[in-house]
Design a protein around this ligand. Structure first.
Ligand code: ACO
Length: 311
């Protein structure tokens, strides 16, 4: 028996808080509409993808009681890299002082669950890698048209990270996972180079609920876990109504959801680790607890995983 444990976690949010009132003042929208239709009350704008990633990554390494040089695998999930070349993970790797390999992964807002599953598989594959830093960092405010009320109120910036450590005596971290994509749905959510996010919100909503419920149901069955055995549900933080629909259809306990979107908005790759980190900091997780992760995003991608909390 061998597996990985989550031994540290951390997050980073820009200082600048942008409330719904600020959009109300200059766009044809209202605080009441945004809260009722999305659950978002405020969000943070600022920083760069690498600066937020470095802050979250450093906090996760410190929490794990490690030195950056002990990290031998860095996976950075992002849709908003600082540059086209090189990967933003190379900046993060250099500034943190990590060892070994690093790469960016882009599976849009399902990216963090893709990254977690990928890093765990690489740690499990053999002696090559022992300690992974898995970061989700995005600065969606840089690719959002702030004059478009249908997207401006949704997207924001942030980063979250965990450290995975491979241990001979540990049980497997990921009990079951499902990573999927329907590339024919590209037109409902995309952003050209140098452009802004274009989204058919209602269609994304409908497809997201269907895909995430099917995917989560699949991993619960594969893991042999019933919904009431899930201690914490950590969904992508896009819209509270999507999360509520998932909770209801999957038969999960509503009070076991990790929710931060009221204060963060939709931070893409950062949303799942921000929600996980907030729950862990609030003492909502105990060793052995089962977590259901869920994500969906442009592509259209989706991802689910049942994970054992071992910290
Ligand atoms: N304020 C006021 N009215 C608005 C706003 C706004 N900010 N935005 C849209 N509206 C209007 C629309 O123009 C529309 O008006 P109309 O009926 O006159 O045409 C009306 O509100 C209803 O629009 P809908 O799109 O049907 O509103 P809906 O309840 O579906 O909410 C929303 C829109 C919030 C975008 C929702 O569809 C949603 O969250 N979809 C999923 C989006 C998502 O998850 N995206 C991210 C996926 S991946 C990633 O994270 C990058």
């Amino acid at each position: 028996m061998s597996g990985s444990v989550i031994s540290g976690w951390g997050s980073a949010l820009p200082e600048k808080v942008v409330t719904n009132a600020e959009f109300e003042a200059r766009l044809d929208t209202s605080d009441a509409w945004i809260v009722e239709r999305t659950g978002i009350r405020e969000r943070r704008f600022g920083g760069t993808t690498s600066s937020l990633a470095i802050e979250a990554g450093a906090a996760a390494i410190e929490k794990a009681g490690l030195e950056p040089g002990q990290i031998d695998l860095l996976v950075l999930s992002t849709t908003t890299p600082d540059k086209t070349v090189p990967a933003t993970s190379s900046t993060v790797h250099a500034q943190l002082g990590c060892s070994g390999a690093a790469f960016d992964l882009n599976a849009a807002c399902a990216g963090y669950v893709y990254a977690l599953v990928t890093a765990d598989a690489m740690l499990s594959a053999g002696p090559g890698f022992r300690r992974a830093l898995v970061i989700g960092s995005d600065t969606l405010s840089t690719i959002t048209d702030m004059e478009d009320r249908s997207t401006a109120v949704l997207f924001a910036d942030g980063a979250g990270a965990v450290v995975l450590e491979h241990r001979e005596e540990a049980e497997p971290l990921v009990l079951a996972s499902d990573l999927g994509l329907d590339g024919s749905l590209l037109p409902i959510l995309y952003c050209e180079h140098g452009g802004y996010m274009k989204m058919e919100g209602r269609e994304v909503f409908r497809r997201a609920v269907r895909a995430t419920v099917e995917s989560a149901d699949k991993v619960l069955r594969a893991a042999g876990v019933s919904p009431d055995e899930i201690a914490l549900f950590v969904p992508h933080q896009a819209n509270l109504r999507i999360i509520d629909a998932m909770v209801q259809r999957l038969g999960l306990a509503p009070e076991r959801s990790a929710i931060v979107l009221d204060t963060t908005g939709n931070t893409s790759s950062a949303s799942v680790p921000l929600a996980l980190t907030a729950a862990a900091d609030a003492g909502r997780l105990a060793p052995g607890d089962l977590i259901l992760f869920s994500g969906f995003g442009a592509g259209m991608t989706w991802a689910s995983a049942v994970v054992r909390w071992g910290a």
